[in-house]
Ligand binder design. Structure first.
Ligand code: NAD
Ligand code: ZN
Length: 339
């Protein structure tokens, strides 16, 4: 089968012919129809320091996908061939304390597809039956990025945001989807910051009340316009940028709630005075809740949440190099590749 393989420790990714994966007991083999590129895939493509530290090569990359079930292993009971599905890319042990408590997103033995084992940028993918998420009445090109949509849902629904003033730092694909979710759930102000005007324009289309390019303007100069008095009730950090995180701490209201999704550098300096004297709550977010987040994602889409504007580029898989270069330019939302 064809697969996008990282096979050498240099910039790039290569289409190769590789053996098809074997579908064993309790596993499902999916014929991939659509995949989406994640920031992680770009790290691997560019072969940066994180990728060099975390990956064993060669590796079929990718974890955002949609496809059709081609084969089911023995013991699979809930799915049949021909069914359209996406799936959770974190494979958990099922036996640790958290897994057995129904908190699989906190499993300490999590394995990521396309990172620790063969991924989805291939004609076929095999994953455990437990990781399958069936798709009905949702476009395959949207289902292809359920994984980051799930990051947005998990983060955004961490706190009660109805009627609240929400600050989202970072208008990448996840921040953009989070903007739409905040709106859908009934936040009062949804303020989005970035340093990229292309993405801020997209944030307005996704339903932001106000966008601020923080390379030019400060956040609090807009408080009057937004009818805000003292700061934001909820902060969703989705940039992974330490300046953005500190600007969030500066602009939170006392007792506010922060969810951290963006991967901040280890040496990020924090003004702890804000955290302590404002009595802030800070919660780290990893992945998606299995499978409550997936349930909410599906039901919100079925009841009117529209995230389609985040999908800015659709290309054929043959044009994967072009897709990665668009991704690297960051003048894009989600990019979907059709197989
Ligand atoms: P992305 O890199 O596409 O988006 C980040 C955005 O932040 C970019 O648009 C960038 O211009 C913007 N930014 C940079 N500096 C800024 C600043 N000073 N102020 C405001 N914005 C600034 O990433 P994404 O795919 O949308 O993901 C968002 C973050 O979440 C990334 O850090 C990613 O690594 C992380 N992530 C975490 C998890 C998890 O499970 N915790 C999962 C997926 C992604
Ligand atoms: Zn576990």
């Amino acid at each position: 089968m064809k697969a996008l393989v990282k096979n050498s420790d240099s910039h790039g990714i290569w289409m190769e012919d590789v053996p098809q994966p074997i579908c064993k007991a309790n596993e499902v083999k999916i014929k991939i129809t659509h995949t989406a590129i994640c920031g992680t895939d770009l790290h691997i493509y560019e072969w940066d320091e994180w990728a060099q530290r975390n990956l064993n090569l060669p590796l079929i990359i990718g974890h955002e996908f949609c496809g059709v079930i081609e084969e089911i292993g023995s013991g699979v009971t809930h799915y049949k061939t021909g069914q359209r599905v996406s799936g959770e890319g974190h494979i958990t042990c099922g036996y640790c304390r958290n897994c057995r408590a129904g908190k699989r997103h906190l499993c300490h033995k999590t394995i990521g597809i396309g990172i620790h084992r063969s991924g989805a940028f291939a004609e076929y993918l095999v994953i455990p039956e437990t990781n399958i998420w069936p798709i009905d009445n949702i476009d395959s090109e949207i289902a292809a990025f359920f994984d980051p949509f799930g990051n947005a849902v998990h983060t955004t629904l961490s706190y009660n945001i109805t009627g609240e003033d929400v600050l989202i730092t970072g208008a990448g694909p996840i921040g953009l989807m989070s903007t739409a979710i905040c709106n859908f759930v009934g936040a009062r102000n949804v303020v989005v910051t970035d340093v990229n005007d292309y993405r801020l324009k997209l944030a307005m289309k996704m339903g932001a009340t106000k966008t601020i390019n923080t390379s030019k303007d400060t956040i609090n100069e807009y408080f009057n316009e937004l009818n805000m008095v003292s700061g934001f009730d909820v902060g969703l950090e989705m940039s992974g940028n330490s300046v953005a995180f500190n600007s969030m701490l500066d602009n939170m209201y006392n007792g506010g709630n922060i969810a951290l999704l963006g991967l901040l550098p280890n040496n990020t300096k924090v003004n702890w005075d804000h955290v302590i004297f404002k009595g802030l709550n800070i919660k780290g977010i990893y992945g998606r809740e299995m499978y409550e987040t997936w349930y909410k994602m599906t039901q919100m889409l079925k009841s009117g949440l529209n995230i389609s504007k985040v999908l800015t580029h659709k290309l054929k898989i043959e044009n994967y190099n072009e897709a990665f270069e668009i991704m690297a330019s960051r003048n894009c939302g989600k990019i979907v590749l059709e197989w």
